[in-house]
Unconditional design. Structure first.
Length: 456
């Protein structure tokens, strides 16, 4: 065995071993998979791509034939036959061109309609087609019957008759603005409303139904009756017609007009009936004889009219029950109005004098004592005197600030409301005896009641 330098192999003279070596060298000369691809390999890839494209084309063609040409297999006497139908060339049924109907014709009932092929709606397909919404004119509604009484007006007639006599009232106070309703009582600008609507007002404005706004002057106000009269500089106003409230019966139909919850809802009308008459209701420290109604009243309706079926004002709306009694804040259908027969003499006196004469007053101002205050200082129940009016008989009799009034004419009192309730049973000029507590001692002082308006 020797070493062949030309072939780098050992040789022992065996020809078969050399032949095997040549075969091995031949295999090494062929390219591997990591080397450059041969032309034969590239040609194979191209054939594969062409085959895929051919399959896709055949599939697409078959789908087209089935969809548009209509390929189907039919069983015949000779066997199964392949048939094709060209759907795209089938004749569609002819339809007569329909004219666009006129507005009058569109209201008529169609007796027959041609059968149409159902299609999916296309967005924007009918933009600018000229078709418009057709509104068919309807008859005006008839007037609503309001009452069976002879000559009674309908609800619509009542509203149109009274609405120009109803005004909106805004009062600017040091703490903000309050609103209410008023009634025009004369063409030259006298307006009726509630005392609590304008109490404490620095500026009062009146807005009429034709949107004219006026600054109002306060003619007179009476807390006891909760009535006030204003005056605006206007002429030719529509004055309300006032009816006789003494002829009311329970069950009579009524409406209320006003500004519930403020000017934004002004001119709102609600209807109901007379629920009760001569209803005595204690409001604060006074007892008022009122008309009860189930017509809806809300804050802002105060001072507005309660109207009978003839369009006449028979009451001035003043109280909603839940406004004064928090324990019954959820109640509805309990509204109250001042009867016109009760309000007329007070209104006349307010216009003539600016006040109601004869209202009794002791001549003092006071507050109810809180329970914790009485307990801490060991004081009795009563009214703490905060001031005494100059020129009053109470001042002359020695009543002074810091005294506590515990009784009037022997009747014990615990609050300012109770004191006023007893006092209002008397008239100006009457004498009453007050029980006074001062520095641990009780005194009885007899004083003469004075006129609340004049202080005399």
């Amino acid at each position: 065995m020797g070493y062949d330098q030309n072939n780098d192999y050992y040789s022992n003279g065996d020809q078969s071993w050399r032949d095997q070596t040549n075969v091995y060298q031949t295999q090494r000369e062929q390219p591997t998979s990591m080397g450059r691809r041969s032309p034969r390999r590239k040609s194979g890839w191209l054939k594969g791509i062409l085959a895929v494209l051919l399959v896709v084309a055949i599939s697409f063609g078959a789908f087209y034939l089935m969809r548009n040409v209509g390929v189907r297999l039919e069983r015949t006497e000779d066997g199964v036959t392949l048939s094709m139908t060209n759907r795209s060339k089938q004749a569609e049924p002819e339809q007569a061109e329909q004219p666009i109907p006129s507005p009058s014709a569109s209201a008529q009932t169609e007796t027959a309609a041609p059968q149409q092929t159902t299609q999916q709606p296309t967005q924007g397909a009918y933009v600018g087609s000229g078709t418009k919404l057709n509104i068919v004119s309807s008859q005006e509604s008839s007037d609503t019957t309001f009452s069976d009484e002879e000559d009674a007006l309908s609800l619509q007639d009542i509203y149109s008759t009274v609405i120009d006599s109803v005004v909106s009232i805004s009062s600017m106070t040091s703490s903000g603005t309050s609103s209410g309703t008023g009634i025009i009582m004369s063409p030259d600008g006298y307006v009726i409303t509630n005392h609590h609507v304008i109490t404490g007002a620095l500026v009062i404005s009146v807005l009429t139904n034709d949107n004219q706004e006026y600054e109002a002057a306060l003619v007179g106000s009476d807390e006891m009756s909760d009535l006030a009269v204003l005056k605006i500089d206007a002429r030719g106003l529509q004055a309300a017609e006032f009816g006789d409230s003494s002829k009311l019966r329970v069950g009579d139909s009524v409406v209320a007009i006003g500004d519930p919850l403020g000017v934004q809802l002004r001119g709102t009308m609600t209807n109901g009936i007379i629920s009760a008459i001569n209803r005595d209701l204690t409001v604060g420290d006074r007892t008022m004889t009122l008309i009860q109604t189930n017509a809806a009243l809300n804050n802002g309706n105060s001072g507005g009219p309660l109207i009978n079926c003839y369009g006449q004002v028979i009451g001035i709306n003043t109280v909603k029950m839940s406004s004064y009694y928090t324990a019954t804040a959820s109640v509805e259908g309990l509204g109250f109005a001042i009867p016109i027969s009760v309000a007329k003499p007070i209104i006349d006196e307010l216009i003539e004098n600016g006040y109601v004469a004869g209202r009794p007053a002791i001549g003092i101002s006071g507050d109810s004592l809180p329970s914790y205050y009485r307990t801490y200082y060991r004081l009795p129940d009563g009214v703490y005197v905060t001031s005494v009016n100059e020129g009053s008989d109470a001042k002359a009799k020695g009543i002074r600030e810091g005294d506590i009034v515990t009784a009037i004419n022997g009747e014990k009192i615990c609050s300012i409301d109770e004191l006023n309730t007893v006092k209002n049973q008397y008239a100006a000029g009457d004498e009453v005896t007050l029980t006074i507590y001062r520095s641990g001692t009780y005194y009885e002082v007899t004083v003469t009641l004075v006129d609340q308006a004049t202080g005399k």
